[in-house]
Ligand binder design. Structure first.
Ligand code: HEM
Length: 184
């Protein structure tokens, strides 16, 4: 895999302008994040459950939904703590989450709307609990970073699979994509 998760995280943090003040706002609110994590997981899985295709994936193995509830809560709380202050461990954890979804065939068309549901549900709780706008802004940035990890995993796994199977170079592959995109 050519991606270095920490490098990707640093690039994304720069691009969404995740500042020290955002990190402090998130870490300062991590107890609030823990308190609402279970409710956020309920909202999230009830949304996924209403989509026939996603519901099938969720219930296709024994105990999956229960396991997911717990992993979602952990993921949610990690957005506040940053695990290791948004360092190597955070990056590798996010990269692995991306890979898990790619292997399951869960694509951007599933993941992007799902993240928007998380953002909307959190926004409602922020308002309800009179949390500051600084926290809302910081959370949006981290959600975008986590979403970009999932998207990038998809692109990376797909292109690596083609390169491995065909023996093409990255440059040739890029040229073919550009030509193909121009023809569409
Ligand atoms: C905002 C988007 C999403 C987030 C943050 C998220 C979060 C997670 C996390 C943290 C894991 C555990 C990964 C691990 O084992 O290390 C996971 C696994 C999984 N997710 Fe998602 N997910 C998202 C979208 C989706 C969607 C749209 C589906 C569609 C059904 C889905 C279905 C699954 C499944 C089936 C697993 C594997 C469960 C197992 O261990 O058997 N996720 N997700």
């Amino acid at each position: 895999m050519t991606i270095e998760p920490l490098k990707l995280l640093e690039t994304l943090a720069r691009r969404v302008q995740l500042e020290q003040a955002d990190k402090e706002a998130l870490q300062g609110a991590s107890n609030w994040g823990k308190q609402i994590a279970s409710q956020m997981a309920d909202v999230f899985y009830s949304y996924l459950g209403r989509d026939e295709e996603m519901n099938q994936i969720l219930n296709s193995s024994e105990g999956r939904l229960q396991r997911l509830h717990k992993t979602f809560e952990d993921w949610f709380v990690e957005m506040f703590t940053g695990i290791d202050n948004w360092g190597k461990i955070y990056a590798e954890r996010r990269w692995k989450i991306g890979l898990v979804h790619v292997r399951l065939g869960i694509n951007p068309q599933h993941v992007v709307p799902a993240m928007s549901v998380v953002i909307k549900a959190v926004r409602e709780r922020l308002r309800q609990d009179s949390q500051p706008e600084t926290l809302e802004n910081a959370l949006s940035k981290v959600c975008m970073i986590d979403l970009a990890f999932m998207e990038q995993a998809y692109v990376e796994v797909s292109s690596q699979a083609v390169l491995q199977e065909t023996g093409w170079t990255q440059a040739l592959f890029q040229r073919l994509i550009a030509t193909g995109a121009a023809a569409i």
